[in-house]
Ligand binder design. Structure first.
Ligand code: NAP
Length: 248
């Protein structure tokens, strides 16, 4: 058995640890967009595979028997490529799919389908917006320069930001309710824009928005073709054991 673990999420690091502890041979793959990726207990490769065909070639060349897609829920291109390449190379595939966040009592969420729709959902009158969506997805908001934008990044941005007058704070999750409450209050935030990533690490901003009665523009997850999924590391290990017994 030889596993390719597609990383880029908190869960991917947990899966890598479990594979290493179980003595399962595997390679951890990063897209290469973060300058300081987290170290892993598996050999690491970095960079794209070159689309579906490139990934299918890699799977055959490296004799990968199982692919675990533990990319971020919004990394839809990679997930689609994994489905198609595994089908081509006849490699078993499972995706670690964390549950999306669900609105609860006291939440004021407006669901939108993508980033462009989130821009449209922002008011016309000047607002103070916490834009917690990552630095690569900011440019569509430039059409609404009347707003103040508060951005949170893992690393400082070397490239110029597409949003003039935006303020950047640095931080790597998990974030706390106390911390995010203080952040939103101190900047007088009136709207929160969030991707529905799910998980615990970035949830505090939604709890803070609820506490402060702020509207949240929630970008729903991209739609993906049907695939086998797991919600825990244990489930993935069971799948590997089961699949190994069957020689899949
Ligand atoms: P994407 O749009 O789905 O992928 C774009 C291309 O990047 C893919 O076609 C693939 O290139 C390459 N790629 C993506 N993940 C890869 C991986 N783990 N290993 C090797 N190549 C990979 O992905 P994205 O939204 O740009 O995200 C890039 C990475 O950042 C992902 O690993 C994701 O988990 C992580 N991330 C994304 C978000 C988000 O909001 N999108 C948030 C946090 C972390 P080829 O076609 O050349 O193979």
């Amino acid at each position: 058995m030889r596993v390719l673990l597609l990383g880029g999420s908190t869960e991917a690091s947990r899966v890598a640890l479990a594979l290493a502890r179980a003595g399962i041979a595997g390679v951890f793959s990063y897209a290469g967009i973060t300058p300081s990726p987290i170290a892993q207990p598996l050999p690491i490769r970095v960079g794209g595979f070159g689309g579906v065909d490139g990934l299918a070639d890699y799977l055959r060349r490296e004799q990968i028997t199982h692919v675990i897609d533990a990319t971020h829920p919004f990394a839809a291109q990679m997930s689609r490529n994994a489905i198609d390449a595994c089908s081509k190379a006849k490699t078993a595939l499972i995706a670690y799919e964390r549950a999306p966040w669900m609105a609860q009592a006291g939440d004021n969420w407006r669901h939108v389908g993508d980033i462009e729709a989130a821009v449209v959902a922002l008011p016309v009158d000047p607002a103070r917006v916490f834009l917690a969506i990552g630095k690569r997805f900011l440019s569509p908001f430039a059409v609404k320069p009347q707003h103040f934008y508060l951005l949170r990044f893992v690393n400082a941005s070397e490239a110029a930001l597409p949003l003039r007058g935006a303020e950047v704070v640095l931080g790597r999750g998990p974030f706390t309710l106390e911390g995010d409450l203080a952040l939103l209050k101190s900047r007088g935030i009136t709207h929160v824009v969030s991707k529905n990533s799910g998980g615990d690490a970035a949830k505090a901003k939604l709890d803070a928005a609820r506490t402060l009665g702020l509207p949240v523009i929630m970008i729903d997850r991209p739609h993906l073709p049907e695939r086998r999924t797991a919600q825990s590391v244990d489930e993935i290990l069971r799948w590997l054991g089961h699949a190994a017994c069957l020689g899949v």
